[in-house]
Design a binder for this molecule. Structure first.
Ligand code: COA
Length: 172
């Protein structure tokens, strides 16, 4: 598999943006990591039928083999008066044999840099506050299209003074 703009990383890994040809591999790895239960998660309602932001979604590879993936998706934060497109991060997956090397955080940092460059003002996710807190995420005042533990709804802003609240929906 070739990914665009690959660059060397630690111990023979490369990180680059994903391509459509990688979809089946990424989905297979994600299914193995989370099991079939992942499809009933509220976060999945934001992804079903959607296409990830390819230029903000990254894969790590070792010797041409997929080692990890992080995907960003277009979502809309809506209030009564406003509507803003941002990105939703997930799933983040690293193959078990490559965990604890820092790959997960490297992938997320690359995705955040790309999202900031693209002009989006924020990236939201549902995840562990300890892990993502180290990457600049904090509790968000956002609702999702289904039940979710509010302590796991997190957001990362790229500009000081920005604060988004409201309902997250799938874009489009
Ligand atoms: C979460 C995951 C992507 C981390 O990938 P990674 O490359 O090992 O991450 P890093 O090397 O950057 O960081 C590792 C640290 O993350 C923390 N961590 C890992 N999984 C975590 C989790 N589910 N919750 C909280 N912290 C976690 C641990 O502190 C770990 O440190 P350790 O190596 O000393 O145990 C990987 O464990 C994975 O694919 N898990 C299965 C899928 C998953 O749970 N995704 C996250 C959903 S929120």
């Amino acid at each position: 598999m070739d990914s665009r703009d690959s660059e060397p990383l630690l111990q023979g890994f490369t990180i680059g943006t994903e391509t459509p040809e990688m979809d089946a591999h990424i989905i297979g790895m994600t299914d193995r990591a989370f099991g079939p239960g992942r499809y009933v998660k509220t976060a999945e309602r934001l992804r079903e039928g959607a296409v990830p932001y390819r230029d903000m979604s990254f894969v790590a590879q070792k010797n041409g083999r997929l080692a990890g993936s992080v995907r960003l998706w277009p979502i809309v934060v809506k209030t009564d008066e406003t509507s803003e497109t941002i990105a939703f991060l997930g799933p983040i997956v690293v193959e078990p044999e490559f965990r604890s090397l820092g790959l997960g955080k490297q992938l997320i940092r690359r995705a955040l840099e790309a999202a900031a460059r693209s002009g989006l003002r924020a990236v939201a996710l549902v995840g562990d506050a300890t892990y993502f807190g180290e990457l600049g995420f904090a509790r968000a005042d956002l609702t999702l299209p289904g039940p979710v533990d509010p302590r796991r709804v997190l957001i990362h802003y790229f500009e000081d003074g920005v604060s988004l609240s409201g309902e997250i929906t799938r874009a489009g």
